[in-house]
Design a protein around this ligand. Structure first.
Ligand code: SF4
Ligand code: SF4
Length: 84
C-alpha cells in the first residue's frame, strides 16, 4: 500500500516508498495530528514503516514528515501520479 492517504479534493496523496524506510519513526513522532503509526508488518529492511492511524482524523498534507525523513521515503505528491 504505497499511498498512505489520498485526497481527491486536494489532488494530493501521502506516498511511502515502503522498502526505502529504515523505521526511524521521525515521521511518526513529528506528525502533529498523529496520522501515522508503525505498521504491523515488516518491510524488506526489517523495520515497521509508517501506516495510517485509524484512530486519527487523517493526514492534513502538511508535508512535515517529508521534511524530516532522512531517506526520502515518505512524501506528498500529486494524486494524479497514482495509476489505479
Ligand atoms: S503530511 Fe503532515 S499530517 Fe500528513 S502524515 Fe505527514 S506530518 Fe502528518
Ligand atoms: S522518517 Fe522516513 S525512514 Fe524514518 S520511519 Fe518515517 S518514512 Fe521511515
Amino acid at each position: 500500500m504505497p499511498a498512505l492517504y489520498k485526497s481527491k479534493e486536494k489532488g494530493k496523496m501521502l506516498f511511502l516508498q515502503r522498502d526505502r524506510c529504515k523505521a526511524c519513526n521521525l515521521c511518526i513522532n513529528i506528525c502533529a495530528v498523529k496520522a501515522i503509526i508503525p505498521d504491523t508488518e515488516l518491510n524488506s529492511r526489517a523495520g515497521y514503516p509508517p501506516a495510517p492511524n485509524p484512530e486519527s482524523k487523517g493526514c492534513t498534507y502538511c508535508g512535515t514528515c517529508e521534511l524530516v525523513c532522512p531517506d526520502f521515503a515518505i512524501y506528498i505528491t500529486d494524486l494524479s501520479l497514482l495509476e489505479e
